[in-house]
Design a protein around this ligand. Structure first.
Ligand code: IPM
Ligand code: MN
Length: 374
């Protein structure tokens, strides 16, 4: 019998509650489909950080290389300064495992109210492929006072090491700056992934998102690489969209979109919008994918600390992320069965968590999905 070793990071806020439902659903489908899952639990998150001042130790990272995948609840806690847990754990994992694709399906399931008037499930069914390691997310920048100053900024990665030696002269007031970086390889591989995904899913159009009219250096480069990669996929139609325009078009004409590929930060922004048109953040899953390595799956929403421990959060995004994980592991049938079970529960409408206008508990939603699976 096939067996998978999954790293489980419940994390902060509602993370532990929703990941528990995801774990139970995966256990249930594994019995039906005939495979085994072994869970390695990792305590990373706010409590662990506040207790022992540790974010993500090198030993654990090394050990996690043996995993088949990582399943993450959510990170973020009001007791910890914004950015510490996000950068120190979430982004650190994405970068360490070189999960260069952030795959986010935008799909309106049957039985879900869409905030867009007259849009049906067949109108909202596309993928956003978000670049996941570069752009402004490389995290380098600083502040410089009036006068002369120097700064050395470094990026250490699998693909490259980069050092910026800055020699700054500022004759006005203090400044702050942030440097975004795109590499040719880093850009090419994610765009190629988007085209391959289109082929695999029978989609016929890939839309590239940028802001090449203003951020000409970085996104002009992105555009140029997109055009070059597109030449290898002659059967697929292509187009460019500026990021501001695409936020409008997602609302006006979502049925136009099939596969959308975007640099990291724009991808971050447009997928929260995507989550809303598919019914809300409670329903939006994502996968941080390294096709040859260890990928990590998570809901795209945050840790919602206000709702911690109340057993009211919607676990669907996390359960769906679990389905994406199984799909990536090669258990496509198990993944499909989970999504069908989620859809069946939503369509029936008996079990609805608060975000969906009901009063069902997190665990009741898990139970209902498991019941449909069986
Ligand atoms: C997301 C989140 C993260 C991101 C944060 C928490 C670092 O917003 O996964 O979309 O910006 O990528
Ligand atoms: Mn986000």
């Amino acid at each position: 019998m096939k067996s998978y070793r999954i790293g489980l990071i419940p994390g902060d806020g509602i993370g532990p509650e929703i990941i528990e439902e995801g774990r139970r659903v995966i256990e249930a489908v594994s019995e039906i489909e005939g495979f085994k899952v072994k869970w390695d639990i990792y305590p990373f998150g706010a409590d662990h950080y506040l207790e022992i001042k540790e974010l993500l130790p090198e030993d654990s990272l090394k050990e996690m290389k043996k995993l088949d995948a990582i399943y993450l609840g959510a990170l973020g806690d009001p007791r910890v300064k914004p950015g510490i847990l996000e950068k120190g754990i979430l982004l650190a994992l994405r970068f360490y495992f070189d999960q260069f694709v952030n795959l986010r399906p935008i799909k309106l399931l049957e039985g879900v109210d869409c905030p867009l008037k007259d849009k049906r499930p067949e109108d909202i069914n596309f993928f956003v492929v978000r670049e996941n390691t570069e752009d402004f997310y490389v995290g380098i920048g600083g502040r410089a006072p009036r006068g002369s100053s120097r700064e050395v900024l470094e990026i250490k990665r699998h693909l490259y090491n980069i050092r910026f030696n800055l020699d700054i002269e500022a004759d006005g007031d203090e400044i702050a700056y942030q440097i975004g970086v795109l590499s040719r390889k880093g850009t090419e591989r994610v765009i190629r992934y988007a085209f391959e995904l289109a082929k695999k899913k029978g989609k016929t159009r890939v839309t590239s998102v940028d802001k090449a009219n203003v951020l000409t250096h970085a996104y002009g480069f992105w555009r140029e690489i997109f055009e070059k990669v597109a030449k290898d996929y002659t059967g697929i139609e292509t187009e460019f969209s500026f990021v501001d325009a695409i936020t409008m078009w997602f609302l006006r004409k979502p049925e136009w979109y099939q596969v959308v590929v975007a640099p990291n930060m724009f991808g971050d922004i447009i997928t929260d919008l995507g989550a809303m048109i598919q019914g809300g953040l409670g329903l939006a899953p994502g996968g941080n994918i390294n096709p040859g390595g260890v990928s990590m799956f998570e809901p795209i929403h945050g840790s919602a600390p206000k709702y911690k421990g109340l057993n009211t959060a919607d676990p669907i995004a996390t359960i769906w992320a679990g389905a994406m994980m199984l799909d990536e592991l090669g258990e496509e049938k198990a993944g499909e069965k989970i999504v069908s079970a989620i859809e069946a529960v939503l369509k029936e409408g008996k079990t609805r968590t608060r975000d969906l206008g009901g009063s069902s508990k997190t665990s009741e939603m898990g139970d209902a999905i498991i019941e449909k699976l069986r």
